[in-house]
Design a protein around this ligand. Structure first.
Ligand code: COS
Length: 387
């Protein structure tokens, strides 16, 4: 069943996120897009608002909110700056969630608490130079030593929060003969000997988020830092990404909404043929199409988030929401440029940034092609179950 009615709490979260985004993130978004500077201040404040561990239980210093709240906050923040959105999404969905679900009491005490409050920042490290969509092809390897510690060697690519994070969830092969069932997940702290990062990538969009490669050369990791059962790392990575896709879908939704609102405002201000262009049917049709797509994406996201909150299988719903929201984010941002005409093509107006930021949502946390595979496989399972 699709949950459409938001509660007072949801409205309150929207107001809080909107105030914060408009007053404290928006003023520096354009500047940071040019400089590529990481939004340290914004991320610190997100932590104070409880937005870095939104769904983590208060037992572990999280905000104990539901996934619908997370979608709402992600939309508001990404509406003004998708770079801040992705930092928040990775910490919430890909790091805190996995630690809360699979961490030992000691691991939660040591790592989850500070991550949930935003005191520390997390990173999810699965992709490699030769393991992107086909994530089973992990070359990073961890070997067990006689003293029980592990030695980690390898390279990770495209790591969000790569130069700024304190805690890294690193997936590595621990038994190559077992294929993906020989992959394990390690909690790796910043600053360990042999653990270095590459330069910050010069990206098309989300330019102030920090993406880089990581290198592990004989990095020693204690036995107690294996997250979840040995050999279950791939499953943890996949399960984690299901929730991550809701976060990125919500980021895409925010980008689309931001591009739409900028277009409405511009159409009311810009005059042509003696009247605001918002009076022209050509523009009205564009705005109507944009608004319809955005609402459809929002409903798909609420559907996926509600399913997750009710403890139902939400794999297909999350992939559908991410697939659709990322697609329309690109379309809406492109159309927003068209509404702005020449002004949309220059940096001074933010819609060209929305287009550059939107594109990544079709790529990371599973490309659109991967989302089609996930959806098709889930459909197949559903059909087999009723056959
Ligand atoms: N949720 C939970 N478990 C999942 C899952 C999902 N969405 N997808 C796969 N799994 C589990 C399977 O249940 C299976 O587990 P067991 O054999 O232990 O029962 C295991 O993972 C392997 O599944 P499968 O055989 O389907 O794996 P494939 O190699 O065929 O890969 C895809 C499946 C392509 C869907 C997967 O590799 C994927 O999602 N790739 C994209 C990775 C990605 O998003 N990378 C970006 C990283 S973050 S920027």
């Amino acid at each position: 069943m699709l949950q459409l009615d938001l509660t007072e709490t949801h409205e309150m979260i929207r107001d809080t996120a909107r105030d914060f985004a408009q007053n404290e993130v928006a003023p520096t978004a354009m500047e940071r897009d040019v400089s590529g500077e990481f939004p340290h201040e914004g991320v610190k404040k997100l932590g104070e608002l409880g937005f870095m561990g939104m769904m983590v239980s208060p037992d572990w210093d999280g905000a104990g909110m539901d996934t619908v709240s997370y979608v709402i906050a992600m939309e508001e923040i990404s509406k003004v700056d998708a770079s801040v959105g992705v930092v928040m999404s990775v910490n919430n969905s890909l790091v805190c969630w996995a630690l809360e679900k699979y961490g030992s009491e000691e691991q939660k005490e040591k790592y989850l608490r500070p991550l949930a409050t935003g005191e520390k920042l997390g990173a999810y490290c699965l992709s490699e130079p030769e393991a992107g969509s086909d994530a089973t092809q992990q070359r990073t390897e961890a070997t067990k030593n006689d003293d029980g510690w592990w030695t980690l060697n390898g390279t990770k690519n495209w790591i969000t929060n790569g130069t700024t994070a304190d805690v890294f969830l690193v997936y590595a092969q621990t038994d190559r003969e077992k294929g993906y069932r020989g992959i394990s997940c390690f909690i790796v702290e910043k600053g360990l000997d042999g653990f270095t990062h590459g330069v910050k990538e010069d990206k098309l969009g989300i330019r102030s988020s920090d993406t880089c490669s990581l290198q592990f050369q004989d990095v020693r990791v204690p036995a107690e830092n294996v997250l979840g059962p040995e050999g279950r790392g791939f499953n943890i990575a996949m399960e984690t990404l299901n929730g991550g896709r809701i976060g990125i879908g919500a980021q895409a939704l925010g980008i689309a909404q931001g591009a739409f609102e900028a277009s409405v405002q511009y159409a009311q201000e810009r005059k042509a043929f003696g009247k605001p262009i918002s009076n022209l049917q050509a523009i009205q049709f564009k705005l109507a199409e944009m608004a319809t797509k955005i609402q459809a994406a929002r409903l798909l996201l609420f559907d996926a988030a509600s399913k997750k909150d009710r403890g139902e299988n939400f794999i297909k719903a999350a992939s559908m929401a991410k697939l659709y929201a990322s697609k329309i984010a690109v379309e809406v941002a492109l159309e927003a440029i068209q509404v702005h005409g020449g002004y949309g093509y220059v940096r001074e107006y933010k819609v060209e940034r929305f287009l550059r930021d939107a594109k990544i949502t079709e790529i990371y946390e599973g490309t659109s092609e991967i989302q089609h595979i996930v959806i098709a496989r889930q459909l197949q399972k559903e059909l087999e179950a009723i056959a």
